[in-house]
Design a binder for this molecule. Structure first.
Ligand code: NAD
Length: 486
């Protein structure tokens, strides 16, 4: 077990409170390390360090910033196996999924290192073209607070850290309490060539460390991924200061099996979309709609697929689905399944918590589900596949849209008319046709409605960390004829 201090201005720092937070391996239930339970004093120190570094960093050439990000990639690759192992031990999901997470995080660093060199400002035509210049500048804000969840701790950090740094901002990171060890490991070993104070990590709970960061007057932007409730709380704390908020919140994504869909491959796609990371993905498919006439065949295809999946510790080579990240997350899954069954749903496969050490939960498929059930309304964030039926494609699109969240939506079909109707009418930030959950780093990711409206990835993900300024420059000091008196 290791005690891992936080990182402020390149120094190891423990909490003034003297308190620590345990980090548990969800597959073994063993404590594998501790991080300090930081709060307002540590946030104060970290923001001061980030502020002191901000001017030098914004004046560093974009090319030099890019080189430092590329160097972080090189350093990460050199310790990739260690990072992936620690990520697996602390977060829980199967090792191949963590290897992908680490790889995708580096793609983010590479992409933004290069994109930010292009510059984003523009020159607009002036009212007096010979005498005037009108410039639209895109400038770094200053200090960014990056608040990160536990389900993809390196990936979702990289989506904030890379564009924020590349744009010339300094950063204070608040990782999740559940995944602080791997965050500290990555930042300490792969980013310590950045100038002092440019990157800082404050560990602690959301209520103590997170909220102190949101409330700090010198933090101009809060970029946060997490639940809707936390996003709402952050928005209310930040509102009086008019902070720029970049919120990536929860989802309740629909997966629609088109009337023409091939069922076996749809079942394979759905198993991945619903069970990746034990269903703990913001874009997990959590509401499944299949034509009524095809319900039984589809449910059987999904059952057969799920029956092949192997539950086990993330580090075992024969594991498909790891444990859930914390014990308490299983309670919500239990509640949702129990309520659905009480209201008439039927379990096709899955038997709750297996009798073994670790926070495992058997992947579960339900039929006879309706939209009024909790399992179709509230984010479950677990390995459950609730299958409902529909009779008409316009009806199902309306049902997809009725939900207050709007992160993503999936459709399996080869019917161009249906596909176009679906992507035009569904209110969600990403529409996946046939290939669920695949991101393209050059395209934006984020949600609509209660999901928050922030966009990461693509040029949009860089713009988030740049403030717009308009410069109107007249070369002459001659008075204008419209100045007083009228
Ligand atoms: P969470 O909201 O509990 O925590 C997220 C982060 O916010 C953590 O670092 C936490 O410590 C911090 N936090 C909590 N309370 C805070 C407060 N009052 N002030 C400041 N910070 C605070 O979410 P989680 O359980 O870590 O992650 C799961 C949630 O994240 C799910 O709802 C999931 O859908 C969502 N998520 C969304 C996306 C997306 O891109 N839209 C991606 C991944 C996860």
């Amino acid at each position: 077990m290791t005690d891992r201090p936080m990182l402020i201005a390149g120094e190891h720092v423990t909490a003034a409170s003297g308190q620590w937070i345990d980090s548990e391996d969800p597959a073994t239930e063993q404590v594998i390390g501790r991080v300090p339970a930081g709060g307002a004093p540590e946030v104060e120190r970290a923001v001061a360090a980030a502020r002191a570094a901000a001017d030098g960093w914004r004046r560093t050439a974009a090319n030099d910033r890019a080189e430092l990000l590329h160097e972080a990639v090189t350093r990460s690759l050199a310790i990739n196996d260690e990072l992936v192992e620690l990520l697996t031990r602390e977060q829980g999901k199967a090792r191949p999924e963590n290897a992908e997470e680490a790889e995708w995080a580096l793609t983010s660093l590479r992409y933004y290192a290069e994109l930010a060199r292009n510059g984003l400002g523009r020159v607009v035509p002036s009212a007096e073209p010979d005498n005037q210049l009108n410039l639209v500048l895109k400038e770094p804000y200053g200090v960014i607070g990056a608040i990160v969840p536990w389900n993809f701790p390196l990936l979702l950090l990289s989506w904030k850290l890379a564009p924020a740094l590349a744009a010339g901002n300094t950063v204070v990171i608040k990782p999740s309490e559940l995944t602080s060890l791997v965050t500290l490991e990555w930042i300490e070993r792969c980013f310590d060539h950045f100038p002092t104070g440019v990157i800082n990590v404050v560990t602690g709970t959301g209520q103590e460390a997170g909220e102190a960061l949101v409330a700090h007057p010198d933090v101009q932007v809060i970029a946060m991924t997490g639940s809707v409730q936390t996003g709402q709380r952050i928005a209310s704390v930040a509102a009086p200061m008019m902070k720029h908020l970049h919120l990536e919140l929860g989802g309740k994504d629909a997966f629609v099996v088109g009337p023409d869909a091939e069922l076996e491959s749809a079942a394979d796609a759905l198993a991945y979309a619903a069970l990746f990371n034990a269903g703990q993905v913001c874009t997990s498919s959590e509401r499944i709609y299949v034509p009524t006439a095809r319900r039984d065949d589809f449910a059987e295809a999904v059952r057969a697929k799920v029956a092949t999946l192997r539950l086990g510790p993330g580090l075992s080579s024969d594991t498909d689905i790891g444990p859930m990240a914390a014990d308490r997350f299983r309670d919500k899954v239990d509640d949702h399944i129990r309520e659905a069954v009480d209201r008439g749903a039927r379990v096709v496969i899955g038997d709750g918590r297996p009798d073994r050490t670790g926070f495992f939960y058997e992947p579960t498929v339900l039929v006879d589900v309706d939209d009024a059930m909790l399992i179709m309304r509230d984010e479950t964030f677990g390995p459950v596949i609730p299958i409902a039926t529909y009779d008409d494609v316009d009806e199902v699109i309306d049902r997809v849209n009725v939900h207050p969240m709007g992160l993503g939506a999936c459709l399996r079909s080869s019917d161009p008319l249906l596909i176009k109707r679906f992507y035009e009418r569904v209110k969600a930030g990403t529409i996946w046709i046939n290939d669920p959950l695949t991101d393209n780093y050059a395209g934006p990711f984020g949600g609509m409605k209660l999901t928050g409206g922030g966009r990461e990835l693509g040029p949009e993900g860089l713009e988030t960390f740049l403030e717009t300024k308009h410069v109107h420059w007249d070369f002459s000091q001659e008075p204008k004829d419209w100045w007083y008196p009228y």
